[in-house]
Write a protein that binds this ligand. Structure first.
Ligand code: UDP
Ligand code: GLC
Length: 535
């Protein structure tokens, strides 16, 4: 297409110049069109110019087919056409009987704008071949860091690496992890100000970054042309990937890892998410019943929402005694310390501060806070506050902040109990399942996905979110009653193995992808065949 567009561009340019400058050889005008046609065109000069320049701009756009820096390409093409147009108008003033016509310049400018938009539309819509085999999937995720949503996607993308690519809006260790396992990754980095628009952002912040968002949508749409399905894995990925999939005419699956509620998102973000999910998603995968219920409460359509929990590799592998001893020494943990592990990013709603508060009433316990502030400035401030609290006399030497670690298994193996302390509803809570699979007793807060994973007194203990007193009591109970801790841990491991195996979860997600991608299905979201899923 590029080649054909270049030929058309050359023809349009030369015939346009000929028509405008009306070359004269030895006082004889070489007319481009019969004179009466020219006179007729002169009478509809403005509209003729508009259409001619629209065609010229469309051909120019397709001839260069830009895929990145689209605003710059737009400015170059419109700018060059407008400047060229002005120069031709000036040249025309030297032709007897002709004068400069501002209306022609205006028509040329608007024609160029219309042509570029038209060229982009053709570029988006061309070359769409349905793939014959397994659907080609473009996974889209906003972050380069490794949060729970990204760890789930990592396993999915590795398993279908031959038929998928991952698009990230930030570079980082997530890309490295994907590439290490043979997954093809593209990074279209967002500028600092757009990346900093977080879940609590209001209208003003968003308005400032609209031009960049539009560019990201178009770039993503251009990339999406090669795939059958766009799979948005995070909120920002939906905001960008949703309209992009629509423009490219591709199916959209939205994997919802968040609870769309006031505690997690600003009003504007909730509106935008629900709008994009309702308008663009052919299927929504919610990671828990709580997440699905929140979609409904926020005004989202739930008929195309299926609940699929996160999946985990089921392994008997444990870290060795030597590895655990080394870790213990590295963290400065006494040999006989009773160890509480809280894994997860440091952010106020995860409630690490509640554990530190509870720890004051469990004097012999040591706590490991495994994780880092991953996403926002507020998170980093919170991490600094946690370090200050940890240095207070009642806690000195008992709180061990490790930062983000990839080798999490040894930490789980070392722990006597796993704590999850989110102060608002947790969408799912991978760390809870990881604790159960490690064969450790888990204490979690009674809300959201956590309350779906744990059955109180059977597979763990549930406490009221934000209650340090209840958490301390539950910790003392497990520390004082090792038999209870072992019973809960054994049942928890069995339940986790039965429910959260990666292969079964992957099959359910693949089923959703196939339902969307299958050419026999119609485009309506409601045609998705729901899968039976036990959370
Ligand atoms: N995690 C990790 N390294 C760390 C801390 C956490 O790999 O230093 C992992 C943890 O094992 C879990 C994920 O990060 O798989 C956190 O997922 P979760 O669903 O618990 O919370 P999220 O941060 O996604 O809200
Ligand atoms: C998100 C949620 C977390 C969930 C994870 C994987 O990061 O905050 O609760 O476990 O995604 O679905």
């Amino acid at each position: 297409m590029k080649c054909r567009a270049r030929i058309i561009l050359a023809v349009l340019l030369s015939s346009g110049l000929w028509l405008a400058l009306k070359p004269t050889i030895q006082k004889r005008r070489i007319t481009f069109l019969p004179v009466e046609w020219s006179q007729y065109l002169d009478r509809m000069d403005f509209w003729f110019n508009l259409i001619a320049f629209a065609l010229l701009a469309a051909a120019a756009w397709l001839a260069f087919s830009p895929e990145r820096r689209l605003w710059r390409a737009l400015a170059w093409i419109i700018g060059s056409i407008t400047v060229g147009n002005v120069l031709v108008e000036i040249a025309q003033t030297h032709i007897p009987g002709r004068a400069m016509d501002l209306a022609d310049v205006v028509a040329g400018f608007f024609g160029a704008v219309i042509g570029c938009v038209g060229g982009l539309w053709v570029q988006l819509r061309c070359g769409r071949n349905e793939s014959a085999g397994s659907p080609q999937v473009l996974f889209v995720d906003q972050t380069g860091r490794l949060g729970g949503a990204e760890l789930m996607l990592l396993d999915l993308a590795i398993a279908r690496a031959a038929d998928s690519e991952v698009l990230l809006y930030q570079d980082g260790e997530f890309r490295e992890a994907l590439e290490q396992d043979g997954v093809k990754v593209q990074v279209l980095p967002l500028s600092g100000s757009t990346a900093a628009v977080d879940k609590q952002a209001g209208w003003l912040r968003v308005l400032q970054v609209v031009p960049e968002l539009v560019q990201s949508v178009l770039q993503t749409a251009l990339l999406a042309r090669r795939f059958d399905v766009v799979y948005a894995n995070t909120a920002k990925a939906l905001i960008i990937g949703g309209p992009a999939a629509f423009l490219a005419g591709r199916k959209l699956v939205f994997h919802l890892h968040d609870i769309i509620s006031a505690g997690h998102f600003s009003a504007m973000n909730r509106l935008a998410l629900v709008f994009c999910a309702n308008q663009f998603a052919h299927a929504v995968i919610a990671n828990s019943e709580a997440t699905k219920a929140a979609v409904h409460d926020a005004g989202g359509h739930v008929e195309n929402v299926v609940v699929v929990p996160n999946g985990f590799k089921l392994t008997e592998n444990r870290s060795t005694d030597a590895e655990q001893a080394a870790l213990r020494a590295n963290l400065g943990l006494p040999a006989d310390a009773w160890i509480v592990l809280m894994a997860g990013r440091l952010t106020p709603w995860k409630g690490q501060h509640v554990l530190l508060e509870a720890l004051r009433d469990v004097p012999d316990a040591h706590a490991i806070l495994l994780g880092d502030a991953l996403f926002t400035a507020e998170d980093r401030e919170y991490a600094a506050q946690l370090r200050e609290t940890a240095a207070q006399p009642a806690l000195t030497g008992r709180v061990h902040l490790t930062g983000f670690r990839k080798d999490t298994q040894a930490f789980f193996d070392l722990a006597d109990v796993i704590v999850h302390a989110s102060v608002i509803a947790e969408p799912f809570g991978r760390v809870i399942v990881e604790g159960m699979l490690a064969g450790k007793p888990v204490i979690a807060t009674r809300a959201g996905g956590a309350a779906e994973i744990i059955t109180h007194e059977e597979t763990g203990l549930l406490v009221t979110p934000g209650s340090a007193a209840e958490l301390a009591a539950a910790l003392r109970r497990l520390s004082d009653h090792p038999a209870l801790a072992s019973r809960l841990a054994a049942k928890a491991r069995q339940t986790a193995c039965d429910t959260y195996g990666l292969e079964a979860v992957r099959a359910k997600i693949e089923h959703v992808i196939l339902s969307c991608a299958s050419p026999t299905e119609t485009h309506a979201p409601s045609t998705l065949q729901p899968v039976e899923v036990s959370p």
